[in-house]
Design a protein around this ligand. Structure first.
Ligand code: EPZ
Length: 433
């Protein structure tokens, strides 16, 4: 079992370069397989395990997918030939459900397991399925699979009950090749939705309104592969902002679109952190002591749920009491781990009340979900003594070389491979012999 060892109390300094956005890469990789003319070449794709998983899922559907020596991802959808997505891969990640939109659009048939993903409460896909149904697909749920088919998808007007990133993306993918025009209302406005629309339009799709509540997609006959570079990861950038705020120091974060981080930047400035916006980069200068703040998560452009946990970790040692309300997911399980490090946090339904303590102390802790992993790393950087973090495969799902990048900023952080369960059996056998 691998673990991270962090010796806290070291302020961060220097420069860190943010990778491409995982949550943009995943839908764009899937959408690339819509093309029946030429292949797509994608730049700025992060090397995290969710990206690896989506590539394997596409391969299992017959799509040609490979990285070249310059780290560009090639995707050729012409060879797509299977409508059955494999359970062992799909269960790992919710974004794998985007293959449903792809398969319905390309083959008129999809059998996709209901997806898994991070343990952050119930995460249904009912909005996606209702959208497919309204576009003319016959859908049944059987043995844990969504089985859907249609002669062709037909454009429709669909109101998404709650602004949902995944639903907006899946239906944009499906509607790009549908017959007629689809109008999606109450759409998610996240930068990743806009990035996908720009990519699809480059492939020949006709999408207007991405980034607003209403997206209009005029279906086209076919799409072609293109070369494209995806946007930087705003959540990874936000993670380094909160890490610097918590550990102290002065850090320049490169490959950032500051506009995508408006609300986290405004909130972190309230804590006393100084942010200097530059060209494609920001500089973060931490104060001696952070001031407590109140924050609510909300769909973009509100404060992102994916930064709620890093924020809470930073607020553990702020002066005063912070009140953080989580409106999107059930995402406070990790708080128990922060308490083990000395944090004073009370959770009442969707709200965490954090009384700042003078100091966190290192402890062994376990990652419960991706951004909780980032939060524990941040807490470890701020704490005195050694923090041991277990459950690294969850962090690896969405961060490319988190510990390497933090080490580059002066953090004392190492990854250690410890004995796994099978090693223990080996030892037992030796004793018996
Ligand atoms: C995306 O998840 C992101 N994942 C999440 O990032 C992110 O936290 C979330 O959007 C919110 O910004 C990817 O992009 C791969 P939603 P998604 O559909 O699309 C409810 C991370 O850490 N809902 O916008 O799954 C849902 O339960 C991950 O990188 C339904 O009820 O989120 C939630 O309360 C975690 N039925 C709300 O809508 C549905 O059919 C918004 O979810 C769909 C959603």
């Amino acid at each position: 079992m691998a673990r991270l060892l962090i010796e806290g109390g070291q302020p961060l300094s220097g420069e860190v370069v943010v990778s491409g956005a995982k949550n943009s890469a995943l839908p764009i990789i899937v959408a690339a397989a819509l093309a029946t003319e030429g292949k797509s070449v994608l730049n700025n794709i992060p090397r995290d395990s969710d990206v690896g998983t989506i590539c394997l899922i596409l391969r299992s559907l017959g799509v040609e997918v490979y990285f070249d020596s310059e780290n560009r991802l090639h995707i050729d959808g012409r060879s797509l030939n299977s409508y059955q997505a494999p359970y062992d891969l799909v269960r790992k990640m919710r974004a794998s459900f985007y293959t449903a939109g792809l398969l319905l659009a390309r083959l008129g048939k999809a059998e996709v397991p209901l997806p898994g993903g991070c343990a952050i409460g119930s995460r249904p896909v009912d909005f996606h399925i209702r959208g497919f149904t309204q576009m003319g697909a016959e859908v049944i749920i059987e043995h844990g699979f969504m089985k859907a088919q249609c002669k062709e998808l037909i454009g429709t007007n669909y109101y998404i009950n709650r602004s949902s990133v995944g639903t907006t993306i899946n239906l944009m993918i499906a509607a790009s090749l549908a017959k007629g025009t689809t109008v999606l209302e109450n759409c998610a406005k996240e930068p990743e939705v806009v990035d996908l629309a720009i990519f699809l339009n480059g492939m020949g799709a006709k999408i207007r309104g991405a980034g607003t509540d209403i997206i209009r997609i005029e279906g086209v006959e076919s799409l072609k592969g293109i070369e494209y570079s995806i946007i930087p990861d705003r959540i990874e950038a936000g993670t380094y902002i909160f890490a610097t705020a918590a550990a102290g120091g002065d850090v320049v974060i490169k490959n950032v679109v500051a506009e995508h981080l408006r609300s986290p930047i405004i909130k972190i400035e309230e804590t006393g952190v100084i942010i200097e916006r530059g060209d494609n980069q920001i500089r973060v200068i931490a104060p001696e002591k952070l001031k407590a703040i109140d924050v609510e998560t909300a769909p973009y452009p509100g404060f992102p749920t994916d930064l709620q946990q890093p924020l809470v970790a930073a607020m553990c040692t702020a002066e005063g009491t912070s009140v953080i309300r989580e409106n999107i997911f059930d995402r406070f399980r990790y708080v128990d781990e922060l308490r083990r490090m000395g944090a004073d946090i009370k959770v009442e339904r969707e709200t965490a009340i954090i009384r700042g303590v003078p100091q966190l102390t290192g402890a062994p802790v376990e990652v419960t979900d991706l951004r909780a992993g980032a939060a524990l790393v941040i807490a470890g950087l701020a704490a005195t003594g050694i923090t041991e973090i277990y459950g690294l495969d969850i962090i690896d799902r969405g961060y490319e070389d988190l510990e390497g990048k933090l080490r580059g900023l002066g953090a004392r952080i190492t990854r250690e491979e410890t004995r796994n369960a099978y090693d223990i059996f080996e030892q037992i056998e030796k004793v018996n012999a």
